[in-house]
Write a protein that binds this ligand. Structure first.
Ligand code: ATP
Length: 205
């Protein structure tokens, strides 16, 4: 029996932008997954000063940005836990929730060099399919440099799960920087998210 494919997309989403939605939608189609679950993080163990917007605001913005896109859900699993949240623990939670599924953990290419610092990374590579999406400004994903560290099987698995996503040059950092300067962000955000930010005075100087 073919297993259900479920993609999990973690990050700070501070705020969620059109880059997230475009590459994740593309990946969902390419994988033939039935669902993508966006999982905002309470606090990244690697980004000490994030996030800026509150948990409820980030969840609300994710809901607004995905309300018209099919196949997207949002989970507050990591927000409800005491920080830091480790991806492996999140994977275990979703393995229990969806026991007959194949889980994919989506990352942008900017994460690759951080992977050796991730909690129990080798177990994580074994437990799910870490799926890498391309990102402008970052090298084309290449895991061969990790072969000595993690072994050739793991490296092959990572390399086989690279998705050639369209390059979307948007980051939350750039969105926040533009907002603090009162600049236009309409080409970077879903319009409902842009309205929400304005209404709630988020990211203003
Ligand atoms: P920041 O600028 O604050 O670091 P970000 O734009 O990278 O934020 P995150 O919420 O940290 O957004 O990203 C969540 C996940 O989405 C990460 O794996 C990141 O690599 C990926 N991602 C974000 N933006 C893009 C993009 N434009 N193209 C591909 N992947 C992306």
């Amino acid at each position: 029996m073919t297993k259900r494919k479920i993609a999990l997309f973690g990050g700070t989403f501070d705020p969620i932008h059109l880059g997230h939605i475009r590459v994740a939608s593309f990946t969902l189609d390419k994988l033939g997954a039935e669902l993508i679950i966006i999982i905002p993080a309470k606090r990244s163990p690697l980004k000490v000063d994030s996030p800026i917007a509150g948990d409820d605001d980030r969840i609300n913005m994710i809901k607004l940005a995905t309300s018209n896109v099919s196949g997207f859900e949002v989970s507050d699993f990591e927000l409800k836990k005491e920080p830091p949240s480790y991806t492996l623990n999140t994977i275990k939670h979703f393995q229990e929730k969806y026991p007959d599924s194949q889980l994919y953990w989506l990352i942008g290419a900017d994460n690759i060099n951080d992977l050796p610092a991730w909690y129990k990374i080798e177990t994580l590579i074994d437990e799910c399919f870490i799926t890498t999406m391309c990102r402008p400004g970052f090298d084309k994903p290449d895991f061969s440099k990790f072969a000595e560290l993690w072994g050739s099987e793991r490296t092959k698995k990572l390399q086989g799960n690279i998705i050639e996503t369209p390059l979307v040059d948007i980051s939350s950092t750039e969105v926040r920087a533009r907002l603090t300067q009162g600049m236009d962000v309409s080409d970077m955000l879903d319009s409902d998210v842009a309205d929400y930010i304005k209404k709630n005075n988020l990211y203003m100087a």
